[in-house]
Design a protein around this ligand. Structure first.
Ligand SMILES: NC(=O)c1ccc[n+]([C@@H]2O[C@H](COP(=O)([O-])OP(=O)(O)OC[C@H]3O[C@@H](n4cnc5c(N)ncnc54)[C@H](O)[C@@H]3O)[C@@H](O)[C@H]2O)c1
Length: 321
């Protein structure tokens, strides 16, 4: 099995889970393409130490992809995430590392002889919906991408749907605000916890009333592996999100209580293109994958806090898995 983006937040957990279950894994990444290359290189070293893991440094947007396409299953989690960073110069990066990289990967897989093409599970994002209304977003709702990042993911979905029409078994997973150990440093809980542990006010974009289907990475790994294993209609899209949506200000209250610090906030301007609400419809994931997110937010936040504390307790370079 191949995992792209294996030096990243979600990909590293998927690689660890497969390695821990005794699978042979080819972990693919170009850590220098990460939003936070120093973090990615460290995670890369941690992942490569797993039993059964071999690593290949491959830039999906330019390098030869024959070895990647020769797998039975490709879990394609590489890319440039983040709504905020996709404005300005970030637009071209999202285009390169999301759209171009995925187009090349799908073409390499389609270039294999029929019958020897891999199944390809592709990471998409809840951001393709825009903001949810008064009910959870279902997979067949119209898309309303509101940032260059969301537009790039909508295009990734279109390409994967097109590849399915040409005979490739693709699955699109729309991940919803993933959190937990190794969360990316640009993401909200990571920034909040680090600020709180430093004794700084928590930097909050907007008024804190926006809400998210926050989904623990352990649940996301389980959904991703279930999607890899299940017989699914080619090109199917599946939401991977917690059924509840929680306001950022309520999540902050939980966090600060767990940390035992006052909820001191530093307000920052809202981010253009950020959804005011994401809310996952979970019926299809339940019906097709037998999957439901089971980690509640308080439990999942405690887990992430423990990771930040452990990371601070070890000297730089020693690594915490
Ligand atoms: N974290 C979330 O909440 C979330 C939500 C929705 C969707 N997603 C999507 O899930 C995937 C994983 O997200 P993440 O949070 O783990 O991000 P991440 O940035 O931690 O991991 C992405 C990895 O992809 C690698 N990469 C980037 N461009 C590459 C290229 N051209 N060739 C090879 N590798 C490349 C990076 O080095 C990085 O290690 C992304 O596609 C992201 O858009 C994440």
């Amino acid at each position: 099995m191949v995992i792209t983006g294996a030096a990243g937040f979600i990909g590293s957990h998927v690689a660890d889970a497969l390695s821990g279950a005794g699978h042979e894994v080819l972990a693919v990444d170009a850590p220098g393409r990460s939003l936070a290359p120093d973090v990615a290189w460290r995670t890369w070293a941690e992942v490569s130490a797993g039993p059964g893991v071999s690593v290949a440094e491959v830039d999906l947007a330019v390098d030869d992809l024959d070895a990647v396409a020769a797998a039975d299953v490709v879990l394609h989690l590489a890319g440039r995430p983040g709504v905020r960073d996709s404005w300005g110069a970030g637009r071209a990066i999202a285009e390169r590392d999301n759209v171009r990289a995925t187009r090349r990967l799908l073409a390499a897989c389609l270039g294999r002889p029929a019958g020897r093409r891999p199944k390809v599970v592709v990471a998409s994002s809840s951001s393709v919906y825009g903001s949810a209304g008064r009910r959870p977003n279902r997979e067949d709702d119209p898309l309303n991408p509101a940032s260059p990042y969301a537009v790039s993911k909508a295009e990734v979905e279109r390409l994967a749907g097109q590849a399915a029409g040409c005979g490739l078994r693709t699955v699109l997973l729309r991940y919803f605000s993933v959190y937990g150990p190794r969360q990316r440093p640009d993401m909200a809980f990571h920034r909040f916890i680090e600020a709180a542990l430093d004794g700084r006010p928590l930097p909050v974009f907007g008024d804190g009333r926006s809400s998210r289907s926050f989904t623990h990475v352990r649940d996301v790994v389980a959904a991703t592996l279930a999607a890899a294993a299940a017989e699914l209609p080619p090109g199917i899209v599946v939401n991977v999100g917690h059924r509840d949506h929680v306001a950022v200000q309520d999540a902050i209250a939980m966090l600060t209580e767990a940390l035992g610090v006052p909820a001191e906030i530093r307000r920052e301007a809202p981010v253009a293109g950020d959804a005011s609400r994401t809310w996952a419809g979970t019926g299809r994931a339940r019906d097709l994958l037998g999957w439901t997110a089971t980690t509640d937010l308080a439990e999942g936040l405690a887990d992430q806090i423990a990771w930040h504390r452990a990371r601070r307790a070890v000297p730089e370079g020693a690594g915490v898995g």
